[in-house]
Unconditional design. Structure first.
Length: 329
């Protein structure tokens, strides 16, 4: 995944939807080959896309979509700018930084309705609100200091009252009592702790004003102008895949394991991560308007958070018109 983090590490039944048209005696439909650049290594984080690919939802729209993994040495933006990928999975802060350098990007959809950054702690010394951070030792990468500062500013907490302890991206310092809490994603270190039988308190920063779109779909101005139909088709298939994911996260985890047996993944972790992602990716807004939706209000909240991170952007960074067409207006 992206967002300032160092490295980490039964199949869905296809039914008729997973069969090619030719197998059923239907005329074959011409397929346009495109690629989507993922923001991190393959895992259940992108399982909705795997479902769309496996069940033929993109083929139904005339696309053959390759899902290119990201990672610490595979940034999202360059292949999208170069036209090697039609769409990239990024985050609002990364896209804002790229645009500030002259990249012609727009955010055309938002997979994670809530940012996954969280503060993890132990039940005997919990951090349940930003005010609880005062007097605590927090383990984190120093590169994330602007994130912590933004949370403090949003909640009138003095960051100088918090002791920042540089740590690797690991739960061990918390478990060993070297720190009182960790800055992490809600879907990984707390999951790893639970898999090891260690209960964790998880305070989602998005519940305390930290509004920053994550797992966003980005495309270039040129693609929006000249490959609009392909972008809409990709968003349609993606929405169908993530809806299936929502209906059965265990099956989504099983598919991920089956597709990437050599990725170093384990099923219990993938199942728990898939379940934890639900609160991030689905909301009253997606229920009302469809997967990936965003509004003028959510954009305004993002602009405020980005300003605290030192990124000045305008609402033009977001373009909802393709999503509107994908969801039928």
């Amino acid at each position: 995944m992206q967002n300032y983090r160092p490295s980490r590490r039964g199949v869905l039944g296809l039914g008729l939807a997973g069969l090619g048209g030719a197998a059923l005696g239907w005329p074959a439909r011409a397929q346009t080959a495109v690629a989507m650049q993922l923001s991190w290594l393959h895992s259940v984080q992108f399982a909705g896309s795997y479902i769309a690919q496996e069940r033929g939802y993109w083929r139904d729209e005339g696309l053959e979509v390759a899902l290119n993994p990201g990672g610490p040495n595979a940034p999202v933006e360059p292949p999208v700018v170069a036209g090697q990928a039609l769409v990239g999975i990024s985050a609002a802060d990364y896209t804002a930084a790229a645009v500030a350098e002259g990249a012609p990007f727009r955010i055309i959809g938002v997979a994670m309705q809530k940012n996954p950054f969280a503060i993890a702690s132990l039940p005997n010394n919990p951090v349940r609100s930003p005010a609880d951070l005062a007097g605590k030792k927090i383990g984190m990468a120093l590169a994330n200091t602007p994130v912590l500062q933004a949370l403090c500013t949003l909640n009138d907490v003095d960051i100088n009252a918090i002791e920042i302890v540089p740590t690797q991206y690991d739960a061990a310092p918390l478990v060993a009592g070297q720190v009182d809490c960790l800055l992490c994603w809600a879907t990984d270190l707390p999951v790893a702790m639970q898999i090891q039988g260690i209960e964790a308190e998880t305070m989602l920063m998005a519940d305390h004003g930290y509004a920053l779109h994550s797992q966003t779909y980005i495309a270039t101005d040129d693609s929006i102008a000249n490959r609009r139909a392909d972008l809409i088709a990709l968003l349609k298939g993606e929405a169908r895949g993530w809806e299936d994911y929502r209906q059965d996260t265990k099956a989504a985890a099983a598919l991920t394991m089956a597709k990437f047996p050599d990725a170093g993944l384990d099923l219990p972790t993938q199942e728990l991560q898939a379940e934890r992602q639900l609160q991030l990716m689905f909301s009253d807004l997606t229920e009302a308007r469809g997967f990936g939706w965003f509004t003028e209000d959510t954009v305004a909240a993002n602009i405020r958070t980005l300003a605290l991170l030192g990124r000045e952007v305008t609402p033009d960074l977001w373009d909802r018109s393709l999503l509107e067409e994908a969801h039928g207006g």
